[in-house]
Design a protein around this ligand. Structure first.
Ligand code: AP5
Length: 192
């Protein structure tokens, strides 16, 4: 099973990505987590991306595509399945990610879109802010992340719809209800 997730901040990419990875025994490649790990380590890459993450802006393509390539190569060694969280964010990334995955014989079976409205997303991220203190979980930066998603990421969904691999799920319900729908739909596709 090869799944990529296209969803706004707070929709549950991390949460549902972990559920999918556990259920199908596949690795989860989460670009945001990898970037934050580099920031925490204070290495060159981390220093370069830290201000961009803090402002809710996109990191340059060459960085995320290299993380993608590394993640997919590890996934190939682990059996070839994956759940990809955080990429693509632009049409250019979608096309580049497709080329990278095709060169490895690992193009996605499903593009999972978790749908949720901005009010619900803002509520979730501000709630998380009180617990986790992520640098980009402040109200103005969340607004910027949501704006970027609506303007440059959401149009990518059409690409996956045309390829016939788009799966849409209402992500405004409980975590358990969303997981149940996601897993049922993915199992159906895996058996199809
Ligand atoms: P990234 O880490 O990917 O952040 P994001 O897209 O803003 O998404 P979040 O992690 O905030 O939310 P999520 O959808 O994973 O939801 P989660 O499960 O955590 O990226 C961070 C930054 O890295 C970007 O802004 C950018 O700078 C850079 N970056 C990353 N990828 C890039 C790329 N490809 N190109 C360029 N730059 C890139 O859930 C959120 C909260 O809601 C949690 O507290 C959770 O417990 C809760 N929750 C989840 N589901 C539910 C539910 N059903 N009901 C109630 N609460 C829920």
């Amino acid at each position: 099973m090869r799944v990529l997730m296209v969803a706004p901040p707070g929709a549950g990419k991390g949460t549902q990505g972990a559920v999918i990875a556990e259920h199908f025994h596949i690795p989860r490649v989460a670009v945001g987590d990898l970037l934050r790990r580099n920031v925490a380590e204070g290495n060159d890459l981390g220093r370069r991306v830290e201000p961009l993450l803090g402002r809710g802006e996109l990191v340059p393509d060459e960085i995320v595509l290299e993380l993608l390539r590394q993640g997919l190569e590890q996934a190939r060694s682990a059996g070839g399945g994956y759940v990809l969280d955080g990429i693509p964010r632009t049409m250019e990334q979608a096309l580049a990610a497709y080329r990278v995955a095709r060169s490895l014989g690992m193009t996605a079976d499903v593009a999972l879109h978790l749908r949720a409205d901005d009010d619900e997303l803002m509520r979730r991220l501000l709630k998380r802010a009180a617990v986790e203190h992520r640098a980009d979980d402040t109200e103005p930066v969340i607004r910027q992340r949501l704006k970027l998603y609506r303007e440059v990421t959401a149009p990518v969904l059409t690409f996956y719809e045309r390829r016939g691999i788009l799966l849409e799920v209402d992500a405004t319900r409980s975590v358990e209800a969303v997981s149940a729908d996601v897993l049922a739909a993915l199992r159906a596709r895996a058996g199809a």
